[in-house]
Design a protein. Sequence first.
Length: 305
Amino acid sequence: MGFVGKLKKGLSKTRGRLSEGLGRVFLGPKEIAENVAEELEEVLIEADIGVRATNEILEMVTERVSRKELKDRESLIQALKEKVREMVVIPDSTPLMESHEKPLIVLIVGVNGVGKTTTIGKLGKIFREQGKTVLFSAADTFRAAAIDQLGIWAERIGADLVRHNPGADPSAVAFDSVQAALKRGSDVVLIDTAGRLHTKDNLMAQLEKMKRVIAKVIPGAPHRVLLILDGTNGQNALSQAREFMKSTGVTDLIITKLDGTARGGVIIPIIQEFQVPIGFVGVGEQEDDLIPFDANEFVELLFAD
């Protein structure tokens, strides 16, 4: 199955909920009723599109209905696509896979339970398939299982691994990893991080320290800070994103578990609020189920019949 087919499958629950809701809006006469915005509001909120994005969409619909520009289902769907596309397409953003730094240093952050370590493994596999040499940095030293898991992925895809003992200083692991990458001529360094400490402030302070330590080895690094969010968390994912954005300067996003939720609409407010591109989405458990995110394709599939 190609990327588009996988994205379509991953969005099936979200699309089903949206399609069912839009069906309710159009039950009865084919023409659009004057109060279509009221009917639409519930549909959009149910799809986890969020209050701000929903209000913007409703303003557009109300205005265009009053100007008689939207007269039937087809014209409304087209207008919704145009508006959502406006919200999710970020012009002039450089995809992660097209970064030219060598070594490319990627700090990967996110709370526990979002599938961070597995996603790092899958991302490493994608880089390896492009012919790049990859070094995994097991800097989530608070979870021995995370260190072991990265070790398994490193063996599986032919990547290097830098690890310390559980409980070691994560910044020391990151420092050694970047130095090792320079010595070995690695193309990409993917740095795993803890997702939970005693307090949120401790976690953010640790991530900031890691960034400073990495920059001592390579000024300007990490080149990317990649935040992983769980699509099944809906609006909670938005709250998590705000915390990490404030402290770590996130540059890219990955949304996991999109196939297990009808809340995929949360992609819209996440991009709209932070203006940070989504590089990949997770649409299943298999190694190849981390796929590039195409904003235009997302819009088309979201509103497909």
